[in-house]
Design a binder for this molecule. Structure first.
Ligand SMILES: [Zn+2]
Length: 385
């Protein structure tokens, strides 16, 4: 354990060929061996014990210079580099990423236990399926460790507000996925077109629905995916990285070891980002509203252009659009959400010094616009204008 605490590579504490050698963990003299465990600021506790465990560990490096110990225990059946042989590497990467990006991990250990269960989270300890391998083991390990931030550090009530627990976790998992090992695995959370079927299904419930009142086949979207997509839109499209990250880090820091309600989150994000987001909370979290921004036409106006936009959806959104000029160059402009506050049409005077050949709303395809056909001018054959 001492060697592991100084190593970025995993070190065996019980090697595969030592499994079952009970002398290793027996006291040298007569009597019983007592293990003491202590961890502060935890809202739950779990432990695992088996004479079949291989046990390995490696150091976790935290931003403040503090260290923690990533550990994995798993049976021989789960061993191997394509399976639990990488569990400690995954655990270390996951905890280091969340600590760097959002809030420093406060616990002394992060233990991944191979168990006969899909995945379940506790403070400082996960149970993940002993059958998981490769990307699926990375995914479940990263998700369960992500729960240390929600709801273990920020003590959300998952029985009422599952989206503040599973949803926030799914959101931070997205960036952890992208960061792991220079993109070894991919996460398609924001392939927004794939949600169209669900977003237009009349049996769906709003995010704010308590999980025991959500139809079980909707729970994945209501509690996990839709809130995560909402935060991605907030970070990538509405606020931008700098303002979002400052606000979300401040929310975690302020509410660490406390029990925030939804309004505490909404208020905090607005106060720190300096922007009223009522329209977004109401539309995305409390209703089934969909987004449908449209570019209806582009008209010459002297040396410039007038671009006609409309909001055909049930909730407003800022308009980020990309202009392509006849020399092939591109430029982005942004119209704030306030353009929709007095109505659903907006004539934008586009001042340019080159000929415009194309206008495209949301060029990075971040928002879940339910009708892509009216997002581009000139309209494609799929257009409906
Ligand atoms: Zn979860």
């Amino acid at each position: 354990m001492k060697r592991a605490a100084d190593s970025d590579e995993r070190v065996y504490i019980i090697e595969p060929n030592e499994v079952g050698d009970l002398a290793l963990t027996r006291p040298k003299s007569e009597g019983t061996l007592t293990w003491h465990f202590k961890m502060n600021n935890t809202r739950d506790v779990a432990f695992a014990s088996s004479k079949s465990f291989i046990w390995d560990a490696a150091r976790i490096n935290l931003p403040s210079g503090k260290k923690a110990l990533a550990q994995s225990v798993y049976p021989k059946e789960s061993d191997g580099q394509e399976a639990w042989g990488r569990s400690t590497e995954y655990s270390k990467a996951s905890v280091e990423h969340y600590s760097e990006m959002w809030y420093e991990y406060p616990y002394p250990v992060a233990v991944n236990v191979a168990a006969d269960i899909g995945g379940m989270e506790y403070p400082g300890l996960n149970f993940c399926s002993y059958k998981s391998k490769g990307e699926s083991l990375w995914g479940v390990t990263d998700h369960e460790f992500g729960h240390n931030w929600f709801p273990m550090i920020v003590g959300s009530n998952e029985r009422r507000h599952a989206w503040m627990d599973e949803g926030f976790n799914t959101f931070i998992n997205y960036y952890s996925y992208l960061a792991f090992n220079d993109g070894e695995y991919t996460n398609d959370l924001i392939k927004t077109r794939k949600y169209l079927g669900w977003l237009t299904n009349s049996s769906r419930e709003p995010v704010a629905t308590h999980p025991d009142r959500t139809q079980s086949n909707n729970l994945g979207m209501v509690a996990y995916m839709k809130p995560a997509l909402g935060l991605v839109m907030l970070r990538e499209y509405i606020l931008g990285h700098e303002r979002f990250d400052k606000a979300f880090r401040s929310y975690i820091r302020t509410w660490a070891y406390k029990h925030p309600q939804p309004n505490d989150f909404f208020n905090h994000m607005e106060n720190v980002s300096g922007e009223n987001l009522d329209w977004f909370w109401k539309g995305w979290f409390y209703s089934n509203a969909n987004i449908d921004l449209s570019v209806d036409g582009v008209y010459p106006y002297g040396a410039n252009y007038v671009v006609a936009f409309s909001n055909k959806g049930d909730m407003p959104m800022p308009v980020i659009f990309e202009i392509t000029f006849d020399d092939g160059s591109k430029e982005r402009r942004e119209l704030p959400v306030e353009i929709w506050f007095k109505g659903n049409t907006w004539q934008h005077l586009l001042k340019v010094d080159k000929k415009v050949t194309k206008i495209e709303i949301d060029p990075d395809k971040i928002i879940t616009d339910t009708n892509a056909g009216n997002d581009v001018w000139p309209s494609s054959i799929y257009g409906d204008r």
